[in-house]
Design a protein around this ligand. Sequence first.
Ligand SMILES: [Zn+2]
Length: 328
Amino acid sequence: MRKLTSIFFLILLTRLFAFSPDSIRTICESSLGGRDGAVLLADAHSGEILAAVGSPDILSGERFFPPGSVFKIVSALAALEMGISPAEKVRCTYWYNAPGGRMHCSWYPGHGIVDIRRALAVSCSFYFYHLVDEGVSPDKIRYIASLLGFDESPAKNIPPVRWQKLNTLNAPYMFAIGLRGIEVSPYHILRMMLAVANRGFSKSDYSSIYDGVENISRDSWDVVCDGLRMATTEGIVKSAAPNGIPAAGKTGTAPLLDNPDVTCGWFAGYIPYDSPDYVLVVLVADGSGFSDAAPIAGRIFLKIYRQDLSEPHIKNANFDEIWKQTSD
Ligand SMILES: [Zn+2]
C-alpha cells in the first residue's frame, strides 16, 4: 500500500512538473542541438516568452538577419489591406521580368497557378514580384511592418529592425520577399507571429505594442492564416508538422547581407492552428528554413504534444490520434 501511495505521488509530481519552464527550455535547447541560431517559444495567449535559447549574441540583439520569405507574411497583409483579392490568380513560370533584369522563383520550372494563400503555402516568390507591379510598394509593406511593431523594441535591450536603402531597380522586388532592405532579430518575428496567431487580437502583456494591428482587417488575417496552415498540410513546411500536428507556419531562407555565400534559415509558426497556445520562432544562422529550421520546429512541436496533456485545446485537437502516432 505504501508503495502504491509513493507511486501515486511520483506520478502526481511528474505531472505537476511535466511542463515547467525548465522543461520547455530543455526541449528547445535539445532540438536546436547546439547550432548557431536561436529558438524563441512564447505563450500565444499572454505573449510571455517561455524559452529563449541559442547563441548569446543573437539573443542579446547584437546580430540581425534578413527575414527571407517569413517577411512574405507582411507583404501579403499589405496586399490584402490595399484590396488585392484573395481570389486573384497568377501563373508562376519561374522567370519574372523585373525592370532591373529577370528574377526567378524558388521552384523550377515554376509553381503554375497560385493565389495568395497558395503563394504563402508554397512560398512562390513570383507571386510576390507580381504584387510589387500591382502597386504593393515598399512604403506600403513598411507601413504594415510598423503596425506589426517592427519599428519598436520587441523585447528588453533589442533594438528596432534595421532598414536599408533600396537602391537598385530590383531591390523593391527583393524587399517584398525579405531578401533586401531589412534585417531583424528573432524577437521581431516572434512578435509578428504573436499578432498573426491571435489574428490581430492580443490580451497579452504586449497589448500596448499591438495598438497598430487593430488597423488590419479580420479578413486579411484569416487569409494569411489559411496560407500558413496550407504550408504545413500541403505546402513546403510539412516537416514542422509531423504526424498531423495542427501547426501553421512559414519558412524563410536568405543570404546574409554582409556574407552572401552563407544563408540563414527561419521557421515562424504556432500550434494548434485553430486556437493557438504556443508561438515558435526558429533561426539557424547557417542553414535553410526548409531543411534546418522547419524540422527543428517539428521536433519541438512533437515534444510539446507528447508532454502537454493538460491543455484542453490540444486535447480537442485529435490528440488521441496524434498520441498513437507519436508514442513510438
Ligand atoms: Zn513560384
